[in-house]
Design a protein around this ligand. Sequence first.
Ligand SMILES: Nc1ncnc2c1ncn2[C@@H]1O[C@H](COP(=O)(O)OP(=O)(O)OP(=O)(O)O)[C@@H](O)[C@H]1O
Ligand SMILES: [Mg+2]
Length: 370
Amino acid sequence: MSGFSELRLDGVGRRFSGKDALADLDLTIRAGEFIALLGPSGCGKSTALNCLAGLLPLTSGSIWQDETRVDVLPPEKRGFGMVFQSYALFPHMSVRRNVAFGLQMRRLPKAEVARRTAEAIRLVQLDAHADKLPGQLSGGQQQRVAIARAVVLEPSLVLMDEPLSNLDAKLRLEMRTEIRRLHQSLGLTTVYVTHDQEEALSLADRLVVLRDGRVQQVGTPEDLHARPVNWHVADFMGFRNMLPLTAAQASGEDVVLEGEGLRLTGTAVGPLSAGADVVAAVRPEDVRVAAGEGANLIAATVEVVEYQGRELAVEVRTDRGRPLHVRTDQRLAPGDAVTLTVDPHRLLAYPLAPGEQVPAPLAAAEAVPS
Ligand SMILES: Nc1ncnc2c1ncn2[C@@H]1O[C@H](COP(=O)(O)OP(=O)(O)OP(=O)(O)O)[C@@H](O)[C@H]1O
Ligand SMILES: [Mg+2]
């Protein structure tokens, strides 16, 4: 099903009324890879996918499938499969006819159409529903029809734009596994758009994080999870605590950070010099409730406690009034005085560009849905 060894995006850009929706996208996708395009709303994910699909002409750059330039080809000549956020099934056709449609359009022999259709339906485990209409299926089943319809054509590349966003939490998890299973068993090459970092981390071999139309970082889930390249990516990857501090000392990766009544040792990501304004980022699960002595301590008071099964999601406020998010298995209650600590390797220090402001987190009390 591959037919190519790599797909190369070379300086791909797309503008809308003079504004870059996507700029300078360089990316080489190897056959068999699962790539996630990740980023907040409006960052250019769908634009990138539509440029790949041929639904949007490029304003700059080129796309190559091995030695063949494909961005000049119409969508149907590229042979890519597409799964949209809305299932876009034909409502008056049975599951079987929906899946067979693309093969029939290609005027393949009847027996081959029947065989490939049945196989695709079996792959997405809809045999029992093959003769139903889409309206008689659940959201997850309809989504599986949409996927079968794309993969039955044996596309060299499958493009998926937030295919799970219409599903409830449980179905999303099930379909996530399903999509990864199909990717592996069919040997597909997949580009998958999502704004859900957890979905991207769990599915993809490599992630491409976009912000304002520009690539921020390309890497494996491990790379992205452990070491975001800048604080915007860190913010997006679940580093919910961001402290504006100053680098008091810096030697290599080791930095001492001061401000807000705190003195903390952290790890610099990229070059940092003493005196620099810094954003210190840490995940809620890396802030621990300490016994009250040792290094890297933060004194705080518990404000809001959310029960989350084995752990509690706790919002505390430091003595200087900054809210922090903590995950802990300790049974804390509002009003408790706590001492927190952070492993220096988990406290990442990023330079703050001149004029840049760390977004002020919601105060704990304001964060409670009213
Ligand atoms: N047809 C269009 N005309 C004008 N501007 C557009 C058009 N399509 C997208 N844009 C703009 O380009 C930018 C990127 O849009 P895009 O749809 O790629 O974002 P996205 O990352 O897919 O966001 P979301 O997660 O909300 O789907 C946005 O600022 C958007 O307003
Ligand atoms: Mg989109």
